[in-house]
Design a binder for this molecule. Structure first.
Ligand SMILES: C[S@@+](CC[C@H](N)C(=O)[O-])C[C@H]1O[C@@H](n2cnc3c(N)ncnc32)[C@H](O)[C@@H]1O
Length: 587
């Protein structure tokens, strides 16, 4: 029974709970006891007799390591068994006999598991600080594997910096460092009692963690005698994660924790196609009522300031530039309005016409089918309303469009939004990085992506990058920008791998009414925008206490706008997307 069988969870969001077992020759019996007469989903089982050593093979000429593959059907092997690779294996042992035997056995066990169609095998933790040969063997194996996953067991331990002053001393242990060394040696291959500090285990949320192995020692006993986990362990599991089987109460409790997690809200499950303004895209925008509520509040406040109640009979000219299919223009205001809806997309203009007709607004609303940068308006507006924002604020060229539109805003007129700011923060995002890397070209490493950030560790608070204010009548006005930033990662995090930046925006619509996705101030229930991800060509490892220095440019040419970015500390990375060679937005 998957842990996630509850209202609000989709099957794909289910989590499964397995039980680690001792070696048992009789696999059907093992399954019967742990799965069918109790409620675990799978067993983690040794596939080879632990007493097996390759030298036995030479002596006896027999394979003593396992029962026949026929004891289970292929679907049982693949859905109910995760293979446990022999824990005695030590591929970095100084003892050559042990090292060679380990290599032979590892390959043999994986080959056997593959033959059984097992979905995944758990590899034992590296034995010491060095895991070079282990990583080399696993990398070799990964190259030949098709469907089977390898899970590397890593204990969750980190000694406090306070406990050990010298991080290079042998008593300093940070299992993330071990994992990091291992995955670097495997070229970032995409398969891959007390707890450390929240910041340090937070790093794991950006890593490809497939299974959490909860040791029975981690459980406490509550007042009623049932197993429970400390708050810290609960937080780790619920993350962003039994004849009556003796472990059944433990399973029930982990299931209870999983069910107590909030289901992912409906709006987080679909992703808009930001660059493709077809009917479906408009529908996605329009489904986000929160955005329109914020705009409505901003417009009402601006109208009140512009036309006090005692002058309510005066006509206010309101222009909605980039009107889309009309939702921004469709707000009830109670003021005398003359509205212009300017829209460059002729297909959206069709909808605008039918909306105006349907609502009987012919006397109030004039539809202008034109690019706002080139429209020759016959009068000026009091209020200019636009929503041309991208996930990074200015990345859909709102500054350039509004430069054109402010020609027809009165000198004392109001722009909604009045300003917007972009933000970045460094993230560990191993999965995203591997997705980008899988394209095997430079273009993908120099492209910014609009993505829902699922598996990321946010390593430091966001910092502001670029701000644009409207209207802007200054004579030296330029939309080019440059910013240098330094990020400090909390000391108790330990070392961390940065795969790139998460980008967000916040827009000031009018006075205190804002709209944004920057995590610390995000507008609740807003899903029109996902984050932006700016990858690095090479991930950067930062050590505690050494800052990450980054540079960001917004560049403008005659026909395009683009970003360039680079890192200069702790080590330098090449400037990404120089001259907009890989990624730009056309003017
Ligand atoms: C993000 S959509 C917002 C639509 C609508 N205002 C809403 O909030 O649902 C931006 C709209 O601006 C239009 N647009 C973008 N640049 C424009 C320009 N230079 N002139 C006129 N319309 C433009 C696009 O076609 C699109 O309909």
């Amino acid at each position: 029974m998957p842990l996630g069988e509850k209202a609000g969870f989709e099957k794909s969001q289910s989590r499964y709970c397995g039980v680690e077992t001792e070696f048992n020759d009789n696999v059907p019996q093992l399954l019967n006891f742990n799965l069918f007469t109790s409620a675990f989903d799978f067993v983690v089982a040794s596939l080879m007799n632990p007493s097996y050593r390759p030298s036995l093979l030479e002596k006896d000429g027999v394979l003593p390591f396992a029962a026949s593959d026929l004891v289970l059907s292929p679907s049982q092997w693949s859905s109910h068994v995760v293979g446990k690779i022999s824990s005695w294996i030590d591929l970095d042992s100084k003892d050559e006999t042990l090292r060679t035997a380990s290599e032979t056995t590892l390959k043999q066990e994986i080959a056997w598991a593959n033959h059984l169609s097992i979905q995944a095998c758990i590899l034992p933790s590296p034995k010491g600080a060095s895991c070079v040969n282990y990583a080399r063997c696993v990398n070799q194996i990964l190259l030949g594997l098709n469907n089977m996953h390898l899970w590397l067991r890593i204990p969750l331990v980190k000694t406090d910096d306070d406990d050990v002053m010298d991080v290079n001393s042998t008593s300093f242990i940070d299992s993330w460092e071990l994992w990091n060394a291992f995955r670097l040696l495997c070229e970032h291959h995409s398969q891959p009692s007390s707890l450390p500090s929240v910041n340090s285990f937070g790093r794991w949320f950006g890593e490809p963690v497939t299974a959490a192995i909860i040791n029975m020692d981690s459980f406490l006993t509550n007042g009623w005698g049932y197993p429970c986990l400390s708050k810290c362990h609960q937080k780790l599991i619920t993350g962003d994660s039994l004849r009556r089987h003796p472990l059944r109460p433990f399973l029930d409790y982990v299931g209870f924790l999983f069910r107590s997690m909030d289901p992912i809200p409906e709006q987080e499950r679909f992703e808009p196609l930001m660059d493709n303004l077809e009917a479906q895209t408009y529908e996605t925008f329009e489904r986000n009522s929160k955005k329109y509520i914020q705009y409505q509040r901003a417009i009402s406040k601006a109208l009140l300031d512009r036309v006090p109640d005692e002058e309510a009979s005066a006509v206010t000219v309101l222009m909605v530039v980039g009107a889309g299919r009309g939702p921004l223009a469709a707000e009830e205001t109670g003021h005398k309005l003359k509205v212009y809806a300017v829209e460059k997309n002729p297909n959206a203009v069709v909808t605008l016409h039918s909306l105006v007709k349907l609502e009987g607004w012919e006397d109030i609303v004039t539809i202008i089918s034109c690019d706002m940068r080139y429209w020759d308006a016959s009068e000026k507006s009091d209020i200019l309303v636009s929503e041309l924002l991208g996930s990074f604020g200015d990345n859909e060229l709102s500054p350039e469009c509004l430069d054109g539109a402010q020609r027809f805003l009165k000198q004392d007129g109001i722009s909604i939004p009045s300003s917007y700011t972009s933000f970045i923060q460094p993230v560990t995002a191993a999965k995203l990085y591997n997705d980008v890397k899988s394209h095997k070209d430079l273009v993908h490493f120099e492209t910014a992506y609009v993505v829902k950030l699922h598996n990321v560790a946010r390593l430091a608070p966001s910092q502001t990058v670029f701000t644009f204010t409207h209207p802007d009548y200054s004579t030296k006005k330029s939309n080019q920008r440059y910013k240098r930033l330094q990020f400090e990662i909390p000391c108790d995090t330990g070392s961390a791998m940065v795969h790139g930046f998460a980008g967000h925006f916040d827009a000031k619509l009018y006075k205190d009414v804002h709209l944004g996705i920057e995590p610390s101030t995000a507008t609740p229930n807003m899903f029109s925008w996902f984050a932006m991800f700016f990858p690095f060509r090479t991930p950067v490892c930062i050590k505690p206490g050494s800052p990450l220095e980054v540079h960001f440019w917004r560049c403008c040419g005659s026909s395009k706008v683009w970003y360039e970015w680079c890192v200069t500390s702790p080590n330098s990375l090449a400037i990404h997307n120089i001259s907009g060679r890989s990624f730009w937005v056309g003017l």
